[in-house]
Write a protein that binds this ligand. Structure first.
Ligand SMILES: [Zn+2]
Length: 282
């Protein structure tokens, strides 16, 4: 099967791309989606200038998030079980608790307290999935709103986690209110145009608020072989320190900080705090 190559890097525009990984069958551990059942061929290309990675194939994954994703990822009855397992992890083995601790530490120093002096601080979590993040943030005193295109995820957020929830594709959503914090926890790598998605979030951000993004770190994972989950088929983009910075800047944000880490689950991750206000950076 012939691969349709990008003519240039999505993040920096450089036309010098090299093949980093080729797959002729799904790597072990990758979720089997209906569209990838037959002839599987895929490449991950790397930009020589900014080290951004892009997945390229000709399989039709256009309906992935409206039909197949939750069932294929969690199974028909696995949603609640997966949620229960994750929230039961000890704090030092939980990616989610580590994420919440870091966000709260940043918010304590940087969120303009005048904006939420007399009320709970608010979060919009885009692509809320299992909603473990808002479950934990709710325990820490934040008011969460979940957004997900899958009705099962929204039902779970409303009825199990008991937060506000919106069933919507973020690209199609015009009015959900304004928030002190908007989070994209391993979400932007799943869309073809993460700059457009991130840029859209500006209209939902309160003055003095910030954005938190979390993305797979291709630079760290690529040296460990083709089986790393950072490069699984549902990720159109896999980032580097340079490309996460460009993603933020091209979306119209100031970068407050970018961090690289390996999480308790072993995932290699980049995370960044962004804002519209340069004075917020300390
Ligand atoms: Zn590039």
């Amino acid at each position: 099967m012939q691969i349709v190559q990008s003519v240039s890097c999505y993040c920096c525009g450089c036309s010098d791309l090299v093949t980093a990984i080729s797959y002729s069958r799904p790597p072990e551990g990758e979720t089997r989606f209906a569209f990838s059942d037959d002839s599987y061929f895929r490449e991950v290309v790397r930009c020589v200038r900014c080290s951004h990675f892009m997945s390229r194939h000709e399989m039709d994954d256009s309906m992935l998030y409206t039909q197949d994703y939750v069932t294929a990822t969690y199974g028909d009855d696995g949603f609640q079980n997966t949620f229960d397992r994750i929230i039961s992890l000890p704090a030092d083995r939980s990616d989610n608790v580590g994420r919440c601790n870091r966000i709260l530490e940043f918010a304590k120093k940087n969120l303009l307290t005048a904006t939420c002096e007399d009320r709970e601080p608010t979060i919009l979590d885009v692509g809320s999935g299992l909603c473990v993040f808002l479950y934990e943030m709710k325990k820490r005193g934040w008011r969460g709103t979940a957004m997900d295109p899958d009705p099962r995820a929204v039902f779970h957020a409303q009825n199990v986690v008991q937060v506000d929830a919106v069933c919507a594709d973020f690209f199609q959503c015009d009015e959900v209110g304004r928030f002190d914090l908007i989070t994209f926890n391993k979400v932007l790598e799943h869309v073809q145009d993460p700059v457009a998605m991130l840029a859209k979030s500006k209209s939902f951000l309160n003055d003095g608020g910030f954005i938190y993004i979390e993305l797979p770190d291709g630079e760290s994972a690529v040296h460990l072989g083709p089986g790393r989950e950072e490069f699984f088929i549902e990720h159109h983009h896999v980032f580097s320190l340079a490309s996460i910075a460009m993603l933020a800047l091209r979306s119209g944000f100031v970068v407050n900080c970018i961090e690289r880490l390996q999480e308790p689950s072993t995932k290699y991750t980049l995370r960044a705090f962004l804002s519209r206000d340069p004075s917020c950076c300390n």
